[in-house]
Design a protein around this ligand. Structure first.
Ligand code: ADP
Ligand code: ZN
Ligand code: ZN
Length: 782
């Protein structure tokens, strides 16, 4: 249960009772608990087990996990209210500021800190308040309030004095108010036909009157409004039977069930559009039949409208969605429903943080698109990997984990080949549609021969035109990374930079402004170079926005849509664009990586990749693996229903082995080559990696700290310590960054390594000079 606990003089925090004991602390005097906030536990013991594991494995505090796990509405805020001390009479002793506050409290029984800030017209009001407290002119009231407000729905009922006999009288009295009469008549009709409480909104719809009319009737005392509390997350629709599995899916299902008999985790390697979701659904049904809950993990919940729709047609109201874009209240509702093991929360679809929910009896965890990098949390702590954590969660519940992907992570594939995980393959697309034909377009060659129009090769333009002629749809993919449009001076070559970070600002055409993608800084577009004054400023690189502009010129009578971070803000942003594309209101959809994730459109026959090179050149040991996965996934959006699809990948370097492997669907070959490189250069899955990041505003200080840590660590880890180094983006939000990496060889104990690191960290943080340096530890850094 949660408790409110006092800290210092006036602060109150929310804590969770973790253990009850009777040994008092010896270094300080314990205070009483201020208040117990729950009537029954809101966290169960299995959750605590998982949190303990996370905190130990990922080297963070239990408090870090607690904060990440609970919806923020559960973490109560304390708000200080200031009251006048009515005993205080020596007004002449007050300074001007103090008197202002004292006087304001004469008009208003209490003030909060913000109001005091307003009254005094300055930010630092605590010293003033403290003085007043010392003089006993004011007293503080500590107030705790619950942020969670259940949603209330307005219902209408007729004032009980209007019995059936008096109905005529009532209607007659409304003869001059036609609309009000309509509303009353509608009420009687609804009441007679449904016999259920009548929602205000339904009455408005049925009678066609406005809410003002109903309000007038309430004022007259004819209608009364009352409230019923409802859950926000509801499903009202009908369900369908599961699809009949085809013979390959049937076989895969049997193999998975067989493998679950001996293995906790099974990897399903099924090519795009082979029907993995149908297999998951069968397994979900079987788990529900046993009376157990299912957790369905997805990399990014916002992209899963289609998936949720599919699951709801099979499982109806048993599906609950845990969504970071839901309001706090909605998340609290989902939490409580799962805690109570309610019927409406048997299948939970969510991104990584749904691992923290209060499951009661979990039978199956599906990790869809298990290769996705977004399963790893970067900031803040806990820096956990949801796929790996799901294995631990499953063990706690004695449940099974199914990892699914068309392009498994190298780690998972290796675990499967090593027989740590079960392994099942699905190599046919449903309906025997062939995998798309992938064509590599050499744009170096095209540039030389002047066959490029903007960013499009003549070949890609022909393919687009062919698809459009057949009334088929096209997806164009533009990798975001490294291709933000940058403004550069043609005279002196300098690009405007963010004042807080060491990166160039990117140009946003729509708002005509320059923005920093790291800290959010923005300013209007420049018309002169800040360095030399020249007016010749040029856009370099290209983003989705620029591709869209080019397309509008190239295909003037075509509907073009764009899907990227800018066009998909808000809870329903994605849904709208995806819905339009599904309804074929959009012919060509341009987008970023978002497009690669699990979408299923039946009329798309061409996928174009504008430039594959930026993904390959990214300085990261996973860059090649990621590039293979992303290109294979976007290609998989083509030709899913009837006809074999086409994919055109433009590149300056079409002979690159990764592009060759993508175009020939050679996952195994990619795996083999990448694995050899990982072994040779001491990377995962052979070596484990712990990354240490230091940050401080003062470059000298952070360098000193990094050097000290570097020396201490290299005494222990020798060649397996890399750094300290300065990352390519060395300053973000005015903080200088230094990085160290510890590699843990296969035979070295991970536990010992972490203990040693923790010891050094403790010494580091006890040095006064180093204490202000922020130190982050990231285990299994991705
Ligand atoms: P994956 O998740 O492997 O990419 P999906 O599960 O999205 O594949 O399946 C691709 C398409 O084929 C979907 O539209 C799905 O409804 C359809 N499909 C798959 N299996 C069957 C089946 N057994 N019967 C009917 N349709 C199926
Ligand atoms: Zn210049
Ligand atoms: Zn910045």
């Amino acid at each position: 249960m949660r408790v409110a606990i006092p800290f210092g003089k006036t602060k109150i925090y929310t804590g969770l009772v973790y253990e009850i004991h009777t040994s008092p602390p010896d270094s300080y005097e314990a205070k009483d608990i201020h208040q117990i906030l729950d009537e029954k536990p809101i966290v169960n013991e299995r959750q605590l087990h998982l949190w303990e594991w996370i905190s130990e494995y990922y080297m963070c505090t239990l408090g870090d996990v607690f904060r990440a796990a609970l919806p923020s509405a559960f973490l109560l805020e304390s708000e200080t209210a200031i009251l006048k001390n009515n005993e205080f009479k020596e007004e002449s002793e007050l300074t001007d500021d103090e008197y202002l506050i004292f006087e304001a409290l004469g008009y208003q029984s209490e003030l909060n800190v913000n109001q005091v800030v307003e009254i005094l017209g300055k930010k630092t009001v605590f010293p003033v308040l403290k003085k007043m407290l010392d003089k006993e002119a004011i007293i503080l009231k500590e107030r705790i309030y619950e942020q969670y407000k259940p949603k209330l729905i307005q219902y209408i009922k007729l004032n009980p004095v209007y019995t059936d006999e008096k109905l005529n009288e009532l209607l007659e009295s409304l003869n001059r108010a036609q609309k009000q009469r309509d509303a009353v008549l509608s009420y009687f009709q609804l009441n007679a036909s449904t016999k259920k409480p009548i929602k205000k909104s339904d009455l408005e719809k049925d009678s066609g009157v406005s809410s003002a009319v109903i309000k007038a009737l309430v004022t007259k005392g004819i209608f009364e409004i009352y409230f019923i509390q409802v859950d926000r997350i509801q499903f009202d629709g009908t369900t369908n039977q599961l699809k009949q599995l085809n013979e390959f899916q049937q076989k895969a299902l049997i193999e998975i069930e067989e493998s679950f008999k001996t293995k906790e985790v099974t990897l399903l390697h099924g090519i795009t559009s082979s029907g993995k979701t149908e297999i998951y659904s069968e397994l979900i049904q079987k788990t529900l039949d046993k009376g157990q809950q299912v957790l369905y993990l997805v990399p990014e919940i916002a992209l899963t409208t289609q998936l949720i729709g599919r699951l709801q047609t099979y499982f109806g109201g048993q599906v609950a969605v845990f969504h970071s874009k839901y309001s706090m209240n909605e998340r609290v509702e989902v939490w409580n429903n799962i805690l109570e093991n309610r019927e409406n929360s048997q299948i939970i679809v969510g991104a990584r943080s749904s691992l923290f929910l209060p499951f009661d009896n979990l039978g199956l965890i599906v990790v869809d698109e298990e290769h996705e990098g977004s399963y790893k949390q970067f900031d803040p702590a806990p820096r956990y990997h949801a796929r790996d954590t799901s294995v631990v969660l499953a063990r706690i519940h004695n449940a099974k984990v199914l990892l699914g992907s068309a392009t498994p992570a190298i780690e998972s594939y290796k675990n499967a080949l090593d027989k740590k995980y079960g392994f099942v393959e699905l190599t046919r697309r449903h309906g025997d549609v062939l995998l798309p034909e992938i064509e590599l377009v050499d744009i170096k060659e095209k540039h030389k021969k002047k066959r490029m129009t903007g960013h499009f090769s003549d070949r890609l333009l022909t393919l687009i035109q062919e698809a459009l002629d057949l009334k088929e749809q096209v997806i164009l993919f533009q990798n975001r990374r490294g291709f933000s449009p940058i403004v550069e001076c043609e005279t002196c070559g300098i690009a405007p930079e963010c004042p807080n970070c060491d990166v160039s600002l990117t140009y946003h055409k729509y708002k005509n402004e320059l923005r920093c993608h790291y800290c959010g800084f923005k300013r209007p577009m420049l018309y002169n170079c800040g360095a030399c004054g020249s007016e010749k400023l040029n856009n370099k690189g290209f983003g989705t926005e620029q591709i869209e502009q080019e397309l509008i010129k190239l295909f003037p009578n075509t509907q073009i849509g764009r899907m990227d971070l800018d066009t998909t803000r808000g809870k329903f942003g994605y849904q709208k664009i995806i819905g339009k594309f599904e309804a074929q209101e959009i012919d060509i959809l341009v987008g970023t990586q978002m497009l690669s994730k699990g979408l299923d459109f039946s009329n798309v026959t061409l996928v174009g990749v504008l430039n594959a090179d930026s993904m390959l050149n990214y300085p990261d040991f996973r860059a090649h693996e990621r590039c293979f996965q992303m290109l294979t996934q976007v290609s998989g959006r083509s030709g899913r229903a009837k006809k074999r699809g086409k994919v055109a990948i433009q590149s300056f370097n079409p002979n690159h082995q990764i592009l060759q492997q993508v175009s020939t669907n050679s996952y195994q070959q990619m795996y083999k080559e990448q694995l050899e490189e990982r072994w040779q250069y001491h990377y995962p899955p052979f070596y484990r990696i712990i990354k240490i990041t230091l940050k401080h505003r003062d470059m000298y200080k952070v360098d000193q700290g990094a050097e000290w840590i570097g020396k201490s660590l290299s005494n222990i880890f020798r060649d397996n310590l890399l750094g300290p180094t300065t990352p390519s983006i060395s300053r973000v939000r005015n903080q200088f960054i230094r990085v160290l990496i510890i590699k843990i060889p296969p035979k070295q104990s991970i536990k010992n390594t972490k203990e040693q690191l923790n010891r050094i960290k403790n010494v580091f943080q006890s040095v006064k000079d180093f204490r202000p340096i922020k130190m982050n530890i990231d285990v299994d850094n991705y």
